[in-house]
Design a protein around this ligand. Structure first.
Ligand SMILES: [Fe+2]
Ligand SMILES: [Fe+2]
Length: 271
């Protein structure tokens, strides 16, 4: 199987890049399943139902979230009717929505997607390691699941690498989101799990992690909020990771970084 994961979509430029480029990328490289993190898609804060539909229409099989999951209030209600929208699994019991989804793809592949929040330099949440492990144990890779994708949304690269090794051999891909900065540590671990500490964002890199530079610089200089953060509106780079799996085992046999369009663009190597 060919899996594509795209990191946090930021604002209008991120949404437009996904809408314009994703269908062609899926076609060109023959991706079987696409996951997109949408936690910043609506003006940098959360995800409205309309913008969720935009991502789905562009080709996302599943959309994941993060610490901004409920910044748009209507997400609390529409997430209940959208099984292909995930919020982090280790939020408090009773939080609307779900954190893991076993999906049959349009092509008939059975894919488990899990979204979790980290705890290092993040707000207090339940243990992500045991929560993800329990979700995976319910439909193991190579048995019920043809592929397992874990979006681990956190600040610290150490925590993501820990999760990757913890799940090595039990997931197809463990990928970090949240920092918006793509890392170059993509690789396949000994047990066959592809790991990348951060997918990067789908947003305008002429910015401070997707935000117009003026207000972030002002806050760094003064420590005082003078205005609101606004998403940068220049051309977005689509950032993420592409993985090819062995059909029988579900483990990774190839992993490549994706950086298409905008100021961080680079050619996608032979896939
Ligand atoms: Fe984000
Ligand atoms: Fe985040």
């Amino acid at each position: 199987m060919r899996l594509l994961f795209l990191g946090d979509v930021v604002g209008r430029s991120g949404r437009e890049a996904v809408a314009e480029r994703l269908p062609g990328i899926v076609e060109q490289y023959g991706f079987d399943f696409v996951v997109i993190n949408g936690e910043n898609a609506s003006h940098g804060r959360g995800l409205t139902e309309a913008h969720y539909q935009n991502l789905r229409d562009a080709g996302a099989d599943v959309v994941t979230l993060g610490d901004h999951a409920f910044d748009q209030r209507d997400t609390l209600s529409f997430i209940e009717r959208e099984p292909n929208l995930l919020r982090p699994i280790n939020m408090p019991p009773g939080t609307p929505g779900r954190g893991a989804m076993f999906v049959e793809s349009r092509k008939g592949h059975r894919v488990l997607v899990v979204n979790a929040l980290g705890r290092v330099f993040m707000g207090p949440v339940d243990d992500p390691f045991r929560a993800v492990e329990a979700a995976i144990a319910a439909c193991p890779l190579g048995e019920q699941a043809d592929a397992i994708i874990v979006d681990f949304h956190t600040e610290a690269t150490s925590e993501i690498q820990g999760m990757g090794h913890f799940l090595d051999g039990r997931a197809s891909l463990v990928v970090g989101t949240h920092t918006h900065i793509p890392t170059s540590d993509h690789r396949i671990l000994r047990g066959g799990t592809a790991l990348m500490a951060d997918a990067g964002m789908c947003g305008d890199f002429d910015s401070v992690i997707g935000v117009d530079t003026e207000e972030p610089i002002n806050r760094f200089l003064t420590g005082i909020a003078n205005g609101r953060f606004s998403p940068a509106e220049g051309e977005a780079t689509l950032c993420g990771v592409a993985v090819e799996t062995d059909t029988r085992s579900g483990l990774a046999i190839k992993v490549l970084p994706v950086r298409i369009g905008g100021s961080l663009s680079q050619a996608l190597p032979e896939f």
